[in-house]
Design a protein around this ligand. Structure first.
Ligand code: UDP
Length: 238
């Protein structure tokens, strides 16, 4: 445990990370691979909390663009995150890990309600704890849910897994000369107008001085390396 650079972390995975090669929903191979990596990190001695988005199923903004009431759309999006959390719980348990799902909206026939003290207890007991339904409120995203929960549980680090291996000065898909930042302060992110997380999530991290690391989980093994202190991706700090 002592060799780890972080004791308690919260990992945010987008819903799309679960899709793998599929166009929609969940790819069983992909979720199983991600679960294996999370377990590896937990077995190394870290307490791991997870937040999973819902973009592989529904996003409120997308549904609203198609004519649906935005609040209803966001509620569907939050339920989508519960579906993903249950799928991850299943994948983790199949591999022998202990896991709990806690939801910000009451749905306690399928998972626990989110109660901060209970969440911390689960983590202390070595249970991988998945926070579902984001913040429980419409007009937010799971990035905000991840930042909020990370602060509440006293995480040492918020990890945001993306398809890009960090934060660049310009879009690396469009510009060959794009440069990746190893480290950025919160102020630099604002001054340079870089897109790291949505504004509400970013403000939460900044106000609570919560370090944030953005990295690509498409490459296996990165999570464990980060927990051992490797400088992978981009670190945003105070
Ligand atoms: N959502 C919400 N409140 C929250 C978190 C999520 O209303 O606190 C809804 C919102 O509609 C969002 C959807 O759930 O679009 C799925 O979450 P998100 O878009 O963050 O998923 P990701 O892009 O990470 O897969």
């Amino acid at each position: 445990m002592s060799q780890l650079a972080y004791r308690r972390v919260l990992l945010k995975l987008s819903g799309e990370a679960l899709m793998g090669d599929e166009d929609y929903g969940i790819d069983p191979k992909m979720i199983s691979r991600l679960a294996r990596e999370v377990i590896e990190a937990q077995q190394a001695g870290a307490e791991i909390a997870l937040v999973i988005g819902g973009g592989n199923i529904f996003r409120g903004a997308g549904l609203a663009a198609g004519g649906m009431d935005r609040v209803t759309g966001d509620q569907m999006g939050m339920l989508a995150t519960v579906i993903n959390a249950l799928a991850m719980q299943d994948a983790l348990e199949k591999l022998g890990a202990k896991c709990r799902v806690m939801s910000a909206i009451k749905i306690n026939d399928v998972c626990e309600d989110y109660i901060r003290r209970r969440a911390v207890r689960h983590l202390e007991k070595g249970r991988i704890t998945i926070f579902a339904a984001g913040t429980g409120n419409p007009f937010f995203t799971t990035d905000s849910g991840a930042a909020l929960r990370a602060i509440e549980i006293g995480a040492d680090l918020l990890l945001k897994a993306t398809k890009v291996d960090g934060v660049y000065d310009k879009d690396p898909k469009k510009h060959k000369d794009a440069v990746r930042f190893e480290k950025l302060s919160y102020d630099e992110v604002i001054i340079r107008n870089l897109q790291v997380m949505d504004t509400a999530a970013f403000a939460l991290c900044r106000d609570s001085d919560l370090p944030l690391r953005i990295f690509d989980m498409g490459q296996p093994g990165q999570l464990l390396k980060i927990l051992h202190g490797d400088h992978i991706g981009t670190l945003v700090h105070g």
